[in-house]
Design a protein around this ligand. Structure first.
Ligand code: 7TS
Length: 420
């Protein structure tokens, strides 16, 4: 694409109705109604390009990677490593060697906790997270604290569901060894100022991991601009397969790290006298990887880059702003959080109906939302609720679907005796 064509593409609005045709599942009905899929923060649906990439792998060239001289192994290795290149481009990472394939965000964070942070902490040292983290960015650090005697410190959030750079700085002490924070909250939708936060942490000599699980589907992410040491995300939330994700890590840091798991593919040489590890990223990819999954993941990020992350961000910003306003206007609804920068999700509770009732009634109308604690129990406690209802959006969602959600919430009120 030429520069002119590119700027035209950015200026052109994304047409979700046209893009929906790329996603076969969106044509189905649920309870006799057209599916309105608003559970994208949990997992996104898959475009035909991703389905085809996996299918073609198994139908045409599947074999194990990195260990065969035969043609199929060479072809599948090329496709697998090609996917790594696509993920590198998606994140604008300097080098493919900085992209480690993992099972998902959860495994990426556990890997960094084990291989980077654990060897660097002593009893009394501190790890900092925020109050809006997913359990996958809390529990690995608690496990680490149990093993090492380190202490977990938490950056508080406001009622609006935000924290500032100054709030993070206030949590940093001379004993802080690591900061791990979420880019976009899976419950509140808050977009955190990670670039400024990374800069502030670095000024204190504190390395940073950014949990990008909910940012990567919704906006362009440039790890060089963010300057994060580690950035984690999941394939299944960017319209790719489950069981695959990526950890970006600065090469000099990866090169210092010991392996997370031992096995095949992660060694240079093995003897009973001792083992030499392979260079990153292979060092962190023990065992046969999710080959077809990685190839599908590569197709997914390619799809997003082709549609254009700027266009996706612009489309979804409109959609989410409309949803927040329209849902809040339904009698009895209380939105959880009011972040100034919001992406992807709107969480709420209703006066009469429990979140699970809301989700059940909406499902009867073909509308899929999520009800529960969203793996953020500390955040639920912060807002004094056991659970929320959450509508979360993707590139294929339309304004009409938001209106269907709002109509569904009025129906919830009617069923609970509130005549709205
Ligand atoms: N971090 C954030 C911010 C998330 O939203 C999630 C998953 C994870 C990490 C874990 O990702 P995984 O792919 O390793 O499981 N969030 C959700 C959710 O909001 N509903 O279901 C899963």
């Amino acid at each position: 694409m030429s520069a002119v064509e590119q700027s035209v593409a950015v200026a052109t609005r994304l047409d979700p109705h046209a893009l929906r045709r790329d996603f076969p599942i969106l044509a189905r009905e649920v309870h006799g109604r057209p599916l309105v899929y608003l559970d994208n923060a949990a997992s996104t649906q898959k475009p035909q390009a991703v389905i085809d990439a996996e299918l073609n792998c198994y139908r045409r060239y599947y074999a194990n990677v990195h260990r065969g001289v035969h043609t199929l192994s060479q072809e599948s290795t090329a496709a697998f490593e090609g996917a790594r290149g696509r993920v590198r481009r998606f994140l604008n990472a300097p080098s493919e060697q900085e992209i480690v394939f993992v099972r998902g965000t959860t495994e990426a964070i556990n890997l960094v906790a084990h291989s980077f942070v654990a060897p660097r902490v002593k009893p009394g040292d501190e790890i900092v997270v925020t109050h809006m983290e997913h359990h996958s960015n809390i529990v690995p650090w608690q496990l680490l604290c149990e093993r090492t005697g380190a202490v977990l410190r938490v950056v508080p959030i406001t009622d609006a569901g935000e924290f500032t750079v100054a709030d993070v700085e206030a949590a940093l002490t001379p004993r802080t060894r690591f900061l791990s924070l979420v880019h976009v909250s899976n419950v509140l939708g808050t977009v955190n100022p990670v670039r400024e936060i990374v800069a502030a942490a670095k000024a204190h000599g504190v390395p940073v991991l950014v949990d990008g699980a909910q940012a990567t589907p919704h906006m362009p992410v440039d790890v060089q601009a963010l300057d994060a040491d580690f950035y984690a995300f999941s394939g299944h939330k960017v319209y790719g397969p489950t069981g695959i994700g990526a950890l970006y890590g600065r090469y000099d840091l990866l090169a210092e790290m010991t392996p997370y798991q031992g096995g095949g593919d992660m060694i240079r040489s093995v003897s009973f006298a001792g083992t030499e590890y392979a260079d990153p990223p292979a060092r962190f990819e023990a065992g046969t990887p999710h080959i077809a999954g990685a190839i599908g993941f590569g197709a997914a990020v390619d799809y997003l880059m082709e549609v254009g992350l700027e266009r996706i961000a612009a489309h979804e910003a409109e959609l989410v702003a409309h949803a927040a306003e329209a849902v809040a206007a339904v009698p009895g609804v209380r939105l959880i959080g009011a972040p100034r920068q919001r992406a992807g999700a709107v969480s709420f509770v209703m006066k009469e109906a429990h979140p699970h009732d809301i989700a059940t009634i909406l499902d009867q109308q073909g509308i899929a939302i999520r009800a529960g604690h969203h793996c953020t129990e500390p955040l639920m406690e912060r807002y004094g609720v056991p659970a929320t209802a959450r509508a979360s959006f993707g590139l294929y969602n339309t304004r009409e679907e938001v209106d269907a959600l709002v109509e569904g919430l009025h129906k919830v009120n009617r069923l609970f005796g509130l005549g709205t």
